[in-house]
Design a protein around this ligand. Structure first.
Ligand SMILES: [Fe+2]
Length: 208
């Protein structure tokens, strides 16, 4: 069971990561100014991603990269107009297409930071919306061609989005969320089986 609570800012997690990557406090502060929901979401995704990563026996260095990638996975949304990013309703096809660009913008921002952030983190961020069956974006990667950090973050990101109220969509309870993730898209397996199996071992205590 893992704690899944709302954090104060800067949270202990961000403070800990900032010891190695001092810019993280500035970045998360900026994200918080634009999108307060986004920073809480990113922290919960980081907590859950690391929990999955531990169960997959990732090394400490890998867990650190995974945590950083999860914290920064949606930073590119700063480049998406607020009218689309915070639209209280379903996106049109054109808006959705623009929204998908946030993955590429996230990677471009990280590349420009030039702060010793591993290319593994860049890749983890770029591909966090790829799906196991190739139905994701931005490149439609399939199966194990998707970087492992992205496979994990994709699961944590989806679970967190489904279990929290956002825009026109109400939060789902744990059981409903898992069912939705298993059977989404006509029963196709869209999440990486191994991290998803470990995710199912984790009983998330509380969704805030
Ligand atoms: Fe995203």
């Amino acid at each position: 069971m893992i704690p899944y609570e709302k954090k104060s800012h800067p949270s202990p997690l961000i403070s800990a990561v900032a010891e190695k990557f001092p810019m993280i406090k500035v970045i998360t502060y900026i994200i918080g100014l634009f999108d307060p929901y986004g920073i809480d979401h990113s922290e919960r995704v980081a907590i859950l991603s690391v929990e999955i990563g531990k169960r997959m026996n990732l090394t400490d260095d890998q867990l650190e990269e995974l945590e950083l990638a999860a914290l920064l996975h949606d930073i590119g949304k700063l480049g998406i107009p607020e009218s689309i990013r915070a639209k209280p309703g379903a996106l049109t096809e054109a808006e959705y297409s623009l929204m998908q660009q946030h993955t590429i913008i996230s990677k471009k921002i990280l590349e420009r930071m030039n702060g010793g952030i591993s290319p593994n983190v860049h890749a983890g961020v770029l591909h966090h919306h790829e799906r196991w069956d190739g139905s994701g974006y931005p490149y439609g990667l399939i199966g194990d061609t998707i970087p492992i950090y992205s496979q994990i973050i994709g699961i944590a990101d989806s679970f967190d989005a489904i279990t929290h109220t956002r825009g026109y969509r109400l939060a789902a309870q744990y059981d409903h969320a898992v069912k939705q993730m298993v059977f989404e898209q006509n029963n196709t397996v869209i999440f990486s089986p191994e991290p998803f199996r470990h995710f199912l071992e984790i009983k998330v205590e509380k969704h805030v």
